[in-house]
Design a protein around this ligand. Structure first.
Ligand SMILES: Nc1nc2c(c(=O)[nH]1)N[C@H]1C(S)=C(S)[C@@H](COP(=O)(O)O)O[C@H]1N2
Ligand SMILES: [Mo]
Length: 309
């Protein structure tokens, strides 16, 4: 079989838009296949589940995405980039427990935090959020986790810290994508300004649908920033560094003309290769108009003045 490996200059999120695949995000066949791996793909209730109360402040304008669809339609290039149902099948060797996050840079507590210990200290809650990928698919899911602000109060950034740099795991023996797509600037890395990370909406997420995160959704801990395109919501974090200047980010490194640091959801700014005016819900295929800041403008619009979008 001939699999065409994309060249470095051919960008990431391009696969999402072949029209046929686009019309039926999760095909019948994929759905049935997903069912076969369901037991492994959806993890059992864990620590995160026990503590979480739904925060009633965050309500949705659309139905929740089917749990199994969310767990089997994934972007996680450390595992696979051609087939969104593949990460769920390829996470078998990925060890997500025990798991430490290194806290470093311009911060009082330069420590290694065990994720399960951290969760015990944090105000874990459930929030229903919209989620919008830059490829123009969307979902709506109940995340469990804690406000990033609570984490910041715990580790105490220095006054010189202005940005956070997040780094994902890099263990080629546990995930095939590192070798398969060796030209990417691994490990996956992302960033937020300290003001963004302090915003009420920003979360560190450890669970979904009342249980721990399935590995393919970024276990054991990931970022969720619902007003930004999905690639800002970095999965399976091993390091958080506090910095003075804006950190480089993975997709900006790969294609700086297509993916900028801020990457706020904006229907008026098309991707160079497709419109962002509409989105399609995975599972149902429902088409909806894209909302500025993914509908979260009242929380975050004030963060963006001149030069930031
Ligand atoms: N480490 C890592 N984080 C990542 C990605 C990735 O490839 N690697 N993909 C991003 C993209 S493009 C999206 S849309 C979301 C998908 O999250 P989901 O699989 O939970 O829907 O994860 C983001 N975080
Ligand atoms: Mo994405």
């Amino acid at each position: 079989m001939l699999i065409r490996i994309p060249k470095p200059w051919e960008i990431p999120e391009r696969e999402a838009t072949p029209e046929s695949a686009f019309n039926e995000f999760v095909s019948r066949r994929d759905f049935i296949r997903a069912g076969a791996i369901g037991a492994a793909a959806l993890s059992v209730p864990g620590l995160a589940a026990a503590a979480a109360q739904r925060n009633p402040k965050f309500t949705l304008d659309r139905p929740l995405t089917d749990e199994r669809v969310a767990a089997t339609y994934n972007n996680f290039y450390e595992f696979n980039q051609e087939d969104k149902t593949a990460p769920a099948r390829l996470v078998g060797n990925f060890k997500t427990s025990p798991w430490e996050i290194e806290i470093t840079g311009l911060v009082e507590k330069k420590v290694k935090l065990d994720v399960q210990e951290l969760i015990k200290k944090m105000p874990v809650e459930e929030r229903l959020y919209r989620f919008r990928c830059v490829e123009a698919w969307a979902m709506a899911v109940p995340w469990m986790g804690f406000p990033m602000k609570a984490f910041l109060d715990h580790v105490k950034p220095l006054s010189s810290a202005k940005f956070l740099r997040f780094v994902s795991f890099y263990r080629p023996s546990e995930a095939p994508g590192f070798m398969k797509y060796h030209w990417y600037p691994w490990p996956y890395h992302e960033g937020l300004s300290l003001a963004e990370a302090s915003n009420e909406l920003a979360m560190l997420v450890t669970g979904i649908y009342g249980h721990d995160l399935p590995k393919q959704q970024g276990a054991p801990i990931r970022v969720i920033v619902p007003w930004k395109y999905g690639y800002k919501s970095i999965k399976s974090i091993v390091k958080i560094e506090f910095t003075k200047s804006q950190p480089p980010t993975f997709w900006n490194n790969v294609a700086s003309t297509e993916y900028d640091f801020w990457s706020n959801v904006n229907p008026k700014v098309p991707h160079p290769r497709w419109s962002q005016e509409h989105e399609k819900m995975i599972g149902t295929g429902e088409r909806r108009p894209t909302m500025p800041y993914n509908g979260y403008g009242e929380y975050v619009a004030h963060l963006y003045g001149r030069g930031k979008s």
